[in-house]
Design a protein around this ligand. Structure first.
Ligand code: CA
Length: 538
């Protein structure tokens, strides 16, 4: 890394002091000149989007669901950049969003479940006693703040879901964003439809907790929330370019989270149709869901077009991700794979909230908005067009990756350890993949019953994945290269590998300060028990 660390640190502190309270004013000239050579960054984050909720395959083959969903703009992005076929998020919203902002595993930041009210445990059973129910707060290290202090114009658009209601952290502007469009404590909109005021009872009003704030201008109009957010994001991009500052746009769509409602511009083409290549009808709710997916993709296309129109496409890095696996435990319709629940991510097992791959495996693409090999920003960060990388990655990797792209890695406080890794080295497929452990820690009872939805911790290393379920206590072991559907538990067949991986998982969780769940009936903490201890106690 940079050997001018001391100087950069001073510059960082000075920028922080200057930045306080300045709002939308341009940065001082020096910071602006320094920032001018940096790329713009768009993190396009979709809520609850499953690994196959796209026509871009993120596996060795195109699947039935890839043929069902239509995402031409994601296809374009994948052609222009690198797609990652082993990308992960955490099992539910707030943990992933806090990991992106802090570079920390949920095991360390303790926002281990979704948040709403500062004193409310949203868990439906087991949970750690002191998990961070208030969510992310202004005194936490924040990706957005580090970028702003480095000269970036930071735009939040869409779902925030960091701090709980009534806390400072519910406002993205308190977490380092210059602009907040429609973000607050809640993790879902009351409605996607402008005709329903996006879930606010009265036109121009705000109805807590689910009414989307800040889009009063669109109330009563026949417009989808996804489109309204896109229009507002476009205005903020114009503002950033007029200020002559590089921008960080955190385009955090509420879609495709529940409530599942038709995106009217795209809905008709799925109604009354069959799943491609089958004689199985697409049920109404799945037609609506597919229209939401296509609406999300249209937003990506509109933003790509906007940066092109503003003349900044060549210097704009776009990263596409989702915050957890596709919902499959409730609210969904039948699929060609069966009667409904836990079939929406097949061949992956289960969905959002589960320890299995359906809960955490997500789409992930990095690309320049317009590839141009001679552009200075692209020379510094080359991305291979049409590349596929099998390098495993996880949400907290976005923190060092985005700060690295923004030239702000040195601004990370020295006291702030990093769980995420800088992914920029993998933006060219010729880069060799490295084996590294990925950690999952969801010690909560989410609510819905089904495969893998119990409190759990897990770790993937290479092709192997180990899962510990706290309730009832058990270990499972899978080889994902041979068994992506996690149907063949090898815990009994491979006792040595199980013991070795279990020991590592527990040691590393303890080192990160992970909290264990508490049995809500006995009020006893239930630490992870290693396989040999479990065997001895039986
Ligand atoms: Ca989510």
């Amino acid at each position: 890394m940079n050997n001018n660390k001391a100087m950069n640190r001073r510059a960082f502190l000075a920028a922080s002091a200057l930045g306080a309270g300045l709002g939308l004013l341009p940065r001082p000239l020096a910071a602006s000149a320094q920032a001018a050579s940096r790329p713009n960054i768009i993190l396009f984050l979709v809520d609850d989007m499953g690994w196959q909720d796209t026509s871009v395959p993120f596996w060795r083959e195109e699947t039935l669901f890839n043929r069902h969903y239509r995402t031409p703009n994601m296809e374009r992005l994948a052609r222009q950049g690198v797609r990652f076929t082993n990308a992960y998020a955490h099992a539910v919203c707030s943990p992933t969003r806090t990991s992106i902002m802090t570079g920390w595993s949920p095991a360390r930041h303790h926002v281990t479940n979704w948040t709403l009210n500062p004193d409310e445990d949203t868990s439906r059973g087991w949970a750690p006693r002191d998990w961070k129910k208030q969510g992310m707060q202004p005194d936490d290290v924040s990706l957005a703040r580090l970028l702003r202090d480095a000269g970036y114009f930071t735009i939040h658009c869409g779902k925030a879901h960091w701090g709980a209601r009534g806390t400072p952290g519910e406002d993205p502007r308190r977490l380092g964003f210059d602009v907040n469009i429609a973000g607050h404590a809640a993790g879902a909109p009351g409605s996607y439809h402008g005709l329903q005021n996006f879930g606010n009872k009265e036109k121009g009003g705000h109805t807590a907790p689910w009414g989307v704030p800040g889009l009063e201008h669109y109330h009563g109009q026949d417009i989808d929330l996804t489109d309204a957010l896109t229009l507002e994001a476009e205005k903020a991009l114009e503002q950033a370019v007029a200020l002559d500052r590089p921008f960080y746009l955190y385009m955090s769509h509420y879609t495709v989270h529940t409530p599942i409602q038709p995106h009217n511009r795209f809905h008709k083409k799925y109604v009354g149709q069959n799943y491609p290549g089958t004689d199985i009808a697409i049920p109404p709710v799945e037609a609506e869901y597919a229209s939401m997916v296509e609406g999300m993709d249209a937003s990506l296309g509109a933003l790509l077009q906007k940066v092109e129109a503003l003349g900044v496409a060549e210097s704009t890095l776009v990263i596409f991700a989702s915050d957890n696996g596709g919902l499959s435990a409730h609210s969904r319709g039948e699929t060609p794979y069966g009667t409904g629940l836990n079939t929406h991510n097949k061949p992956l097992r289960a969905g959002k909230g589960s320890a299995y791959e359906g809960g955490t495996r997500v789409p992930f693409i990095a690309a320049w908005a317009e590839p141009a090999a001679d552009n200075p920003a692209q020379k510094r960060l080359p991305i291979e067009a049409g590349a596929i990388s099998e390098q495993p990655l996880i949400s907290e990797d976005l923190f060092p990756t985005i700060l690295g792209a923004g030239g702000a890695l040195d601004a990370i406080p020295e006291t702030h350890p990093l769980d995420g890794r800088d992914l920029r080295g993998y933006f060219q497929a010729c880069e060799k993949e490295t084996v590294r452990p990925l950690y999952f820690h969801y010690p909560h009872t989410w609510g819905p019953q089904g495969p893998g939805y119990e409190p759990h911790s897990a770790m993937r290393v290479g092709d192997w994945k180990i899962i510990y379920f706290y309730q009832p206590k058990r270990w499972e072991l899978y080889n994902l290269a041979r068994d992506i559907g996690e149907s063949n538990d090898l815990a009994t067949a491979e006792p040595e590998r199980l013991a070795q991986m279990a020991g590592k998982l527990k040691r590393d969780l303890v080192a990160m300060g992970a909290q264990w769940p508490v049995d809500n009936e006995t009020n006893e903490e239930e630490p992870m028990e290693l396989p040999e201890t479990l065997r001895a106690s039986r």
